[in-house]
Design a binder for this molecule. Sequence first.
Ligand SMILES: *[C@@H]1O[C@H](CO)[C@@H](O)[C@H](O)[C@H]1NC(C)=O
Length: 250
Amino acid sequence: MGDKRSSDAAEVSDDKYSILLPTYNESENLPIIVWLIIKYLTESGYQFEIIIIDDGSPDGTLDVAKQLQKIYGEEKIVLRPRPKKLGLGTAYVHGMKSATGNFIVIMDADLSHHPKFIPQFITKQKEGNYDVVSGTRYIGDGGVYGWDFKRKLVSRGANFLTQLLLRPGASDLTGSFRLYRKHVLEKLVQSCVSKGYVFQMEMIIRARQFGYTIGEVPITFVDRVYGESKLGGSEIFQFVKALLYLFATT
Ligand SMILES: *[C@@H]1O[C@H](CO)[C@@H](O)[C@H](O)[C@H]1NC(C)=O
């Protein structure tokens, strides 16, 4: 723990990646995402484990996870279920307690984040010895699928406003597909108070505040839940409120 930079560049071969997958009602997607993670990371030759944190899904996600553990083994699939939905930040803390990797990858289990990008995150991390590598929809080949024009406009506008006010040194603030040094993520989770996607924004802004280095990799993001979570006025209001809070405290 602590915020000291431990650059283990000399021991690259010892690096291990713990992929945290918080799940809720993902019984259909889980076998696919796990298969893809294993495929891409095995091909790249990295050491890794997948930690599934299921928050009491009523659709049998945990049973599916147990089957996957039987198939791939307890070394690769670690189960850390919780009785009910308790929030993303605490899911990360809970999952990290069992993590044996020195790096943590955070991603959504609903297939909006493609595992093929994980080896690219790792390459980027090694290139610049970064503390954090963040997926970005806003540079290079990055992009979003499944959003209508209004949603894209609001997202762009929010990002622009945040860039202007907070100068975070990262182009995508509300995305959640990232790689962190383990002790860096521990420190960030401890110091962040926001909820939901604002939490992701606070994480990257605090990372900057603490002087951590951030690398970026363009990603495509496919929104799977947009149909169910329409963007409303209250969501925009929450965002602006959070922005002002961060502006005032960083
Ligand atoms: C989760 O799945 C259960 C059972 O399939 C369903 O009744 C419930 O509405 C789902 N909840 C959410 C938030 O999707």
